[in-house]
Design a protein around this ligand. Structure first.
Ligand code: C2E
Ligand code: CA
Ligand code: CA
Length: 677
């Protein structure tokens, strides 16, 4: 990611998410404030009502006990004498002022004033009105009145008062009629102060409670949202990364590739896509099991990560296929250098189950915009290049348009191979194994070919790996075994006591039924088991010695011979070789081809020969292409030779001819040698 991209990503993470939380916080705060004010108003109203109610009750008590108690029903009917008014006034002055009562007024049933602080009002029909009427009907009421215009200066000073109207009733019971009304006037200020105090307290408590509630809710939502965010980030990571290796997966790679295409399209930069396929992964996976295959992939991923620059992308596309996005190509990095770096990184053997495993890799690259201008085609071209590298054993190739045809063919071949066996397009050729001592043919290696109706002859190097990748390898091996044993029986009947060797694939060795299949075919063709040699590669043994040993022992028990093919290219230890009940060791043709008086190859061949003999094995040198090599091998004491010098692999009829000619040539040589002596 570029610095700018990283900053944008960081900003996005920092701002986008909290933005939601801030929105939630503000909205919920607003709601809480609204809720608080509604609740406050409701509670305030009820507080007000409660305080007024208690003031009214107080006034009623005063009216009943303090005022009404001093009156008789007759007085109420007839009106009060002046002396009674005086007496009442005195009594009220003493008692009621102590209770903070401002004024007492009394009306009779007709609404005539019986008693009032303002003496001139007595005897008139003043004051009261609606409240008076309600009280006469039996209901007590309280009103808050503005008295700033009152005639009484003492009252006027109060500004606002609370007037409580209480029915004047003699006797008790629900239906006692009111004989008059007592109004008690109280100062409103203490009531208002009580209301204000309570309201303030109420609002304070409400505000604190709601604030705490909001804070708790906010915290809860914030932590839930953080957990969700983490979860979603983890999900996103999981969706875009390969679980096994932690590398970006196919879809993240495709995404980055699209971005790279868009960016390079704008800037005119070049970049490369590289695909990589491990060469021997299938073998490891099949012999050691998926679990160890997975460990190997994780180790490969680790080395790849350490090798590339931070700006490059390494992804695992699936299986043993990896992809690289190399943005700096063309500026300061050469694509060959990167490929070499990757191959170097994988060169060191990987240790699995204590075994050093050598995992080769084939790499193919395509460059934007030289080879393609879209992500998909770039990958396709890199894939074509990778297969070209594999096919030509080059390790690395940059896309070349000429490789396209091969690639189409390869895909088509995979589909056609199944039918090819049934249609009889596969044929088996035989290459003689010649005794270096006698010059006679003692055996033959069966090598399969595909005579394709359109493409012509296809080499096993091309289609055997395809069969190994699918489940076709079982049928292919069975076909070769069947054909080789039938042909072996035929040349045996012709009088040639020559055996046949068949190559096994690692999949054969570890899939069930191999031993039974071999036994059945031997019996079917009536070939003695000792005439059949099965060739297994050193790598097949090295990757899972225990299982290989088991299979080898079972096959040995049948009486079949076993041979270690391509010796020198793998990693078998001496101990392992010794524990394996095999009969033959075939020195790989790469050493035999380089065979000469000086150099490593001679040492390797000499050593392998020595080793084989020490272990009691027959030693075969394959790839013998000239007389000098054959003579040198004979001097070394090598037992058998195989190679173009004697014969290329040939069809059955030609092989039968070779049996005679090679034998005759040997006899002739012996005759000339004898004559020369
Ligand atoms: P291999 O088992 O090492 O077989 C020997 C290969 O060396 C054969 O190639 C043979 O044609 C070639 N060869 C023989 N003499 C010489 C020589 O003097 N010089 C050179 N340069 N090469 C020589 P071929 O037939 O193309 O087979 C290639 C590989 O394909 C075999 O290597 C074997 O691994 C595999 N293969 C062939 N047939 C079968 C089969 O029936 N089953 C399985 N599983 N693999 C097979
Ligand atoms: Ca072989
Ligand atoms: Ca070989």
């Amino acid at each position: 990611m570029t610095t700018r991209g990283r900053i944008a990503g960081w900003l996005g993470r920092g701002l986008r998410r909290p933005h939601l939380l801030v929105k939630f916080g503000a909205t919920s705060l607003l709601l809480f404030v609204g809720l608080g004010s509604v609740l406050g108003q409701v509670l305030q109203a009820s507080t007000e009502a409660r305080i007024l109610d208690s003031a009214l009750r107080e006034a009623q008590v005063v009216a009943r006990l303090g005022v009404q108690a001093g009156l008789t029903p007759d007085e109420v009917d007839d009106g009060l004498t002046d002396s009674r008014v005086d007496a009442l006034e005195r009594a009220f002055l003493v008692n009621l002022s102590a209770l903070d009562i401002l004024e007492v007024r009394i009306w009779n049933r007709d609404g005539r004033v019986l008693f009032a602080g303002d003496r001139t009002a007595i005897g008139t029909g003043q004051g009261g009105s609606a409240n008076l009427r309600r009280a006469l009907e039996g209901g007590a009421t309280a009103v808050i009145s503005d008295v700033r215009d009152a005639t009484d200066p003492f009252l006027r000073r109060q500004a606002v008062v609370l007037e409580a109207f209480t029915p004047l009733q003699f006797g008790s019971g629900p239906n006692v009629p009111a004989e008059g009304v007592i109004a008690v006037t109280l100062p409103y200020e203490p009531v208002a102060a009580a209301i204000n105090g309570d309201t303030r307290r109420l609002y304070a408590v409400l505000a604190v409670a709601l604030a705490v509630l909001w804070a708790v809710l906010f915290r809860f939502v914030a932590s839930a949202s953080a957990a969700l965010r983490r979860q979603s980030e983890a999900n996103q990571h999981q969706a875009l990364h390969d679980q096994l290796t932690g590398l970006p997966n196919r879809s993240l790679f495709a995404d980055r590739l699209d971005q790279a295409v868009a960016a390079a399209g704008r800037s005119g930069d070049r970049f490369a896509v590289m695909l990589m396929d491990l060469d021997r992964f299938k073998e490891v996976n099949d012999t050691l099991g998926h679990q160890h295959g997975d460990v190997l992939l994780a180790k490969v991923a680790e080395r790849l990560r350490d090798t590339l620059r931070s700006g490059d992308t390494v992804a695992r596309l699936g299986g043993d296929e990896f992809a690289f996005l190399l943005p700096a190509i063309g500026h300061d990095v050469d694509i060959d250098v990167v490929a070499a770096k990757i191959r170097d990184a994988l060169e060191r053997p990987f240790e699995i189950l204590g075994l050093p495993l050598e995992i080769g890799a084939s790499l193919g690259a395509a460059v934007f915009p030289d080879h393609a201008t879209s992500g998909i085609t770039l990958v396709q071209k890199a894939d074509v290049a990778m297969y070209a590298a594999k096919r030509e054993h080059r390790g690395f190739a940059v896309y070349d348009a000429a490789d396209d045809r091969h690639s189409r063919d390869r895909l088509a071949l995979a589909g056609e191979l199944r039918g090819a066996i049934d249609r009889g397009e596969l044929v088996v050729h035989y290459q003689p194994k010649v005794s270096l001592a006698s010059g006679r043919v003692t055996g033959a290696e069966a090598l399969v070919r595909w005579d394709h109706p359109v493409h012509g002859r296809i080499d096993p190097d091309v289609f055997v790996p395809i069969a190994e990748r699918s489940d076709l390898i079982g049928s292919l091996t069975e076909f070769v075994l069947d054909t080789a044993l039938r042909d072996c029986r035929r040349w045996n009947r012709m009088g040639a006591p020559v055996g046949v060797a068949v190559n096994l694939s690692v999949r054969n060795l570890h899939s069930g039924g191999l031993v039974e299949g071999v036994a059945r075919l031997l019996a079917h063709h009536g070939v003695p088991p000792g005439r059949l040699t099965l060739e297994i590669t050193e790598t097949m043994i090295a990757t899972n010695p225990l299982r290989a040993r088991e299979a080898v022992c079972d096959l040995r028990a049948l009486g079949v011979r076993l041979s270690i093919d391509d010796f020198g290219t793998g990693y078998s230890s001496l101990a392992m070789l010794r524990s394996m009940p095999v009969n033959e060791l075939k020195i790989d043709r790469s050493f035999v081809a380089d065979f000469g008086p000086s150099g490593d190859a001679e040492a390797i061949v000499g050593f392998s020969n020595e080793l084989g003999h020490r272990l009691g094995l027959a030693v075969v040198a394959e790839g013998v292409e000239d007389a000098d090599t054959a003579a040198a091998l004979a001097r070394l004491g090598c037992d058998l030779a195989q190679g173009y010098w004697y014969s290329r692999p040939v069809p059955f009829e030609a092989f039968v001819d070779r049996l005679a000619t090679i034998g005759r040539a040997a006899d002739r040589d012996r005759v000339t040698e004898a004559a020369q002596l």
